[in-house]
Design a protein around this ligand. Structure first.
Ligand code: ADP
Ligand code: ADP
Length: 229
C-alpha cells in the first residue's frame, strides 16, 4: 500500500524577480515499510523534497498525500500536528539539545505524540541504557546519532526521514549506526527515507530515487537489496 504519493509537486523559490525551481513536477509513490534512498548531486532538490515530506515546507503546486491525507495545503499549526504525529527526523549532526541529558532529549520529543513508546525502552534498544543521564557532549558521534534514532522512534512515527545520517561519522561507525537504524525501522514497521551521497547505503535500499535539477531521473526498485554485512 502506498503511504506517500507526490503528484506533480513543484517548489519554486523566488528572490526579487529571480525564480528557482528546486522541485519541478515530481511524481512518485512509496509503499509502506520500505527503505528508500534519495540520491543526487548537491543542489538537486533532495533537501527540498525531504522538507516537503517532513511538513517543514509546502509545495508551490501539486499534492503530497501521506497516510491517506493531503498535507500540501495544511497551515502551520496543522503542519506542526502532522510532524508530531507522522514523521521522525534524523539529521547529519544529530540536533540534540546540548543542555539536556540523553533521557531528556528523547522524552522531550516523545511528549508531543499520543502513541509514544517508553523512552527508556528506546534508549535501551539503541544500546545506551547506561548513558541515560549523560549529556550529548559526553558521548561519541555514533552514540549521539543513536540517541537521535531513539528520539525519532520514541514518538512512534509512520515515517523516518534521515538527512545524511552517517555523514558526520567515520565509515565503520556509520555502518553500525545505519544497521541499527534499519533493523529498528524494520522491527517497528517504519517506512524510512534516507537522503545520502553514500553509494553503499543505496545498495541496501528497497527503492533508489535519483534526483537532478529538481526532477526525478530514475526510480529503481531493488528486489534483493544487498545486506549491510
Ligand atoms: P540538495 O539537498 O539536493 O543539495 P536543495 O533542495 O537544498 O538541494 O536545493 C535545491 C535548490 O534550491 C538549490 O538550487 C538551492 O540553492 C535552492 N534552495 C534551497 N533552499 C532554498 C531556499 N530556502 N531559498 C532559496 N533557494 C533555495
Ligand atoms: P545541504 O546540501 O547540506 O542539504 P542545504 O540544503 O542547507 O545544504 O543547502 C543547499 C543549497 O541551498 C545551498 O547551496 C544553499 O546555499 C542553498 N540554500 C539553502 N537555504 C537557502 C536560503 N534560505 N536561501 C538561499 N539559498 C539557500
Amino acid at each position: 500500500m502506498a503511504i506517500v504519493e507526490f503528484k506533480d509537486v513543484t517548489r519554486i523559490y523566488t528572490s526579487g524577480d529571480h525564480e528557482l525551481r528546486a522541485l519541478d513536477g515530481i511524481n512518485f509513490t512509496l509503499d509502506e515499510g520500505k527503505f528508500v534512498v534519495i540520491l543526487g548531486p548537491s543542489g538537486a532538490g533532495k533537501s527540498t523534497l525531504l522538507n516537503m515530506l517532513g511538513g517543514l515546507d509546502s509545495p508551490t503546486s501539486g499534492t503530497i498525500t501521506v497516510n491517506g491525507k493531503d498535507i500540501s495545503t495544511l497551515n502551520n499549526n496543522e503542519l506542526a500536528d502532522y510532524r508530531a504525529s507522522t514523521v521522525g527526523f534524523v539529521f547529519q549532526f544529530y540536533n540534540l539539545i546540548p543542555t539536556l541529558t540523553v533521557y531528556e532529549n528523547v522524552t522531550l520529543v516523545k511528549d508531543i505524540s499520543k502513541d509514544a513508546i517508553d523512552p527508556k525502552k528506546m534508549i535501551a534498544e539503541v544500546g545506551l541504557a547506561d548513558h541515560l543521564h549523560n549529556f550529548p557532549s559526553e558521548l561519541s558521534g555514533g552514540e549521539q546519532q543513536r540517541v537521535s534514532i531513539a528520539r525519532a522512534l520514541a514518538k512512534n512515527p509512520k515515517i523516518l526521514l534521515c538527512d545524511e545520517p552517517t555523514g558526520a561519522l567515520d565509515s565503520e561507525t556509520g555502518v553500525l549506526v545505519l544497521k541499527l537504524l534499519l533493523s529498528m525501522a524494520k522491527n517497528y514497521g517504519k517506512t524510512i527515507v534516507v537522503v545520502t551521497h553514500n553509494q553503499n547505503i543505496a545498495k541496501m535500499a528497497d527503492v533508489v530515487i535519483r534526483v537532478k535539477n529538481g526532477k526525478i531521473k530514475s526510480y529503481e526498485e531493488q528486489p534483493t537489496p544487498m545486506s549491510a554485512d
